[in-house]
Design a protein around this ligand. Structure first.
Ligand SMILES: NC(=O)c1ccc[n+]([C@@H]2O[C@H](COP(=O)([O-])OP(=O)(O)OC[C@H]3O[C@@H](n4cnc5c(N)ncnc54)[C@H](O)[C@@H]3O)[C@@H](O)[C@H]2O)c1
Ligand SMILES: O=P(O)(O)OC[C@H](O)CO
Length: 332
């Protein structure tokens, strides 16, 4: 029997809307909180999120609300606001959260300034809420259309992790349970920065060999940072780390890879982001990942190069030359 009956989803971007679809298909009542009035209106009037997930017919169980107060009767919350806005979203939720309600963190990023992971942000804003992390290779459009997807559902409380996974699983959406929340969130945050690098490689036409080298050496960076943060190696080798890195570095469907493609093709960052409503988390997380690596003494040359390019401190060609001319070293 499902322990949960009513899911509240914070953030009606593409991923929040896709996860609302998953929860509805899993048999839960769903309230989707949207920041934009036009999203609430389009879902109510047309059963479609015309702003962030156009063309997908939404399940009848999904109700959209503007105010966090609309989530007060939910017994499970999925927090899907972008990483840089998670703190303000959870602060707004706090007065309406029922005691003991688990909060599943679904954003992939590191908070700028504080350099905090999403679990740290949530622990500060909702100190009493049980937390879990949902992360893995999953394009919103594919999940919303019911294509097969597997993700990591990480929770320190194994029984709670299992209960959440059972509540949201469907025949096409398969959460694998893990105990390592840090590994799950570190993988998702760093892969976005690496996807920008992969986009640059593609945009510059550097070839499949360079692409494979970048994914592999990028994974080494991701693993080093995650381990320094306290993650377990087997978590980052799973769906939320390696799996998501492979997906995001392999398809222009990725917003992060698209930014890299534009930069590699000669656009400035401003040009690459112009007119985009959707979020490319790696752009905001790159400087935070770089600063976190410096603080922890972790070598992350690819992420550092991406941060320097995004900040206008390095040109693309010079950054690539810099990476290729690093002293030869042991692969391990
Ligand atoms: N789209 C995907 O395929 C996908 C898949 C997995 C994880 N994610 C992650 O989910 C998170 C949300 O991404 P998305 O794709 O749903 O977003 P999106 O790009 O589709 O939409 C942008 C979102 O940002 C919100 N937003 C903009 N300004 C804001 C502000 N000032 N305060 C609060 N919210 C604001 C909007 O309301 C909207 O929900 C990100 O961390 C992303 O990495 C996305
Ligand atoms: O479109 P992106 O680059 O934000 O990637 C979406 C998901 O994180 C892929 O798992």
């Amino acid at each position: 029997m499902n322990r949960f009956k009513h899911a509240g989803v914070i953030g009606a971007g593409a991923w929040g809307t896709a996860l609302a679809q998953v929860c509805a298909r899993a048999g839960l009542a769903v309230t989707l909180q949207a920041r934009e009035p036009e999203v609430v209106e389009s879902i109510a009037a047309r059963r479609e999120n015309t702003l962030f997930l156009p063309g997908v017919a939404l399940e009848p169980e999904i109700a959209a609300v503007a105010d966090m107060a609309g989530l007060s009767s939910c017994d499970l919350i999925l927090a899907v606001a972008p990483a840089q806005h998670l703190r303000s979203a959870l602060k707004a939720l706090a007065p309406h959260l029922r005691a003991g309600t688990p909060v599943v963190l679904c954003a992939k990023g590191v908070e700028q300034g504080t350099l905090k992971l999403m679990t740290e942000v949530a622990a500060e804003t909702l100190p009493d809420a049980p937390l879990a992390v949902l992360s893995g290779p999953s394009f919103a459009g594919e999940v919303a259309r019911n294509l097969p997807t597997a993700v990591t559902l990480a929770c320190e409380d194994e029984a709670l992790g299992r209960a959440i996974a059972e509540a949201i699983a469907t025949p096409t959406f398969r959460p694998y349970i893990a105990g390592d929340m840090i590994g799950a969130e570190a993988g998702g945050a760093v892969k976005n920065v690496l996807a920008i690098a992969c986009g640059i490689v593609e945009g510059k036409g550097l070839g499949r060999s360079a692409h494979a080298a970048l994914i592999t050496r990028g994974f080494a960076e991701l693993t080093r940072l995650a381990m320094a943060l306290g993650a377990r190696a087997e978590t980052v080798a799973g769906l939320c780390g390696l799996g998501d890195l492979v997906l995001t570095c392999s398809s222009p469907q990725s917003r992060n890879m698209s930014v890299g493609l534009a930069l590699g093709g000669g656009m400035t960052l401003t040009e690459a982001l112009a007119g985009k409503l959707s979020v490319a988390e790696g752009v905001a997380s790159a400087p935070a990942v770089r600063d976190l690596a410096t603080r922890l003494g972790v070598e992350m040359p690819i992420c550092q190069a991406v941060a320097a390019i995004l900040a206008g401190e390095a040109q693309v060609d010079a950054a690539i030359a810099g990476l290729l001319s690093r002293p030869l070293k042991s692969e391990a």
